[in-house]
Design a protein around this ligand. Structure first.
Ligand code: SD4
Length: 335
């Protein structure tokens, strides 16, 4: 399906799809990932992959690992780049608000031991990933929500700030004119950031952070902070992370599914494809109107990525090379 047709279809759909100007940069996206073979050759480590075209974030994470930093430091500092980037309107500061004008963040992190931490519906703190990590490391809990998460962040020394930038505010005010309730999925070149990393010892961890769907109903939480849906790591097997319409990912427990499929012997690419298959093959699935994308890595360092619609991509930093790979997608040849 050509991009123009996709945009047309999306605008007709009950679930709107916003295509930002940065999609025009897709020409920068490189070939399809050539490392999705099932060969069992030893991968060059460290290795970092992330959803979308986020070279600064992967470079940051890889640099931390190269300097023998911990994999959690690498992931945290990597995704913080996107959280702080006001131009990325799907993550952290500058994120698009909910329908009431509040920017609410979801994030989670998971380590090689299966420990995890998450924050949901948190406001006024840019670095949701850092709060998620502190939940994991400093509390007996897995998830903190809303005001409690914000209070915990402040007690942990993080500063409160207004996350609604002028640009996101203006766009929200324009949206208010029609107030048509259509969750908007952003399929831009950068978006919700999910990142998976393998350190030099071969240990895998992951992180995911987002401001969620633009103009969502207040209180809505997506897949991104839900362990097993937006992110899952099993250090014996591999890791997976999701982007796109979170409700569909939650309904299929997507990232856990990808990891379990890899456990059964599927390559990361095959596992991502089957997980997308579970969504599109559901009775009455209206998958033509929404995007979901997965990236995955296995213990051998093989990677895969797959989405429903065109223009999803994965950034990979390995062997000193930081490259963006256009994902294969379900609707290819089905237009
Ligand atoms: C959510 N999965 O909140 C996130 C949004 C996203 O690309 O990934 N957008 O549903």
């Amino acid at each position: 399906m050509k991009r123009r047709n996709f945009i047309k279809n999306a605008s007709l759909s009950s679930v709107g799809v916003a295509v930002g100007s940065s999609i025009l940069n897709c020409a920068e996206n490189k070939k399809e990932d050539s490392t999705t073979t099932t060969s069992k050759t030893k991968a060059s480590l460290p290795l970092v992959i992330a959803t979308w075209n986020v070279p600064n974030a992967t470079a940051k994470a890889w640099g931390v690992l190269q300097n023998n930093g911990s994999v959690l430091d690498a992931l945290e500092q990597g995704v913080m780049i996107e959280e702080a980037d006001e131009k990325n309107q799907s993550v952290g500061k500058g994120g698009r608000p909910d329908r009431d004008g509040n920017v609410t963040l979801d994030a989670c992190i998971m380590n090689k031991d299966g420990d995890c931490g998450a924050v949901v519906y948190m406001q006024n703190i840019t670095h949701a990933i850092s709060v998620a990590r502190k939940v994991m490391e400093d509390t007996p809990h897995v998830m903190l929500a809303g005001k409690g998460a914000e209070q915990f962040a402040v007690k942990s020394g993080m500063k409160q700030e207004n996350l609604l930038t002028e640009k996101s505010k203006k766009e929200w005010e324009e949206w208010l004119v029609e107030k048509e309730y259509k969750p908007i999925i952003n399929i831009e070149n950068h978006d919700t950031i999910g990142m998976l990393a393998i350190d030099k010892n071969g240990d895998i961890s992951g992180a995911c952070t987002t401001s969620g769907l633009a103009y969502k109903i207040a209180g809505r939480v997506g897949d991104s902070p839900i362990i097993g849906s937006g992110l899952f790591i099993d250090n014996e097997v591999g890791g997976a992370v999701a982007t796109g319409l979170g409700e569909e990912v939650v309904k299929t427990v997507g990232s856990f599914l990808v990891v379990e499929l890899m456990r059964q012997g599927k390559s990361p690419q095959e596992a991502c494809e089957e997980a997308i298959g579970r969504i599109v093959n559901k009775p009455n699935s209206n998958y033509k109107n929404f995007q979901v994308g997965y990236i995955a890595v296995n213990k051998q360092g093989e990677t895969g990525s797959y989405s429903i619609h065109e223009w999803f991509s994965m950034t990979k930093y390995q062997d000193g090379k930081n490259e963006n790979y256009q994902s294969d997608y379900y609707l290819k040849d089905k237009a």
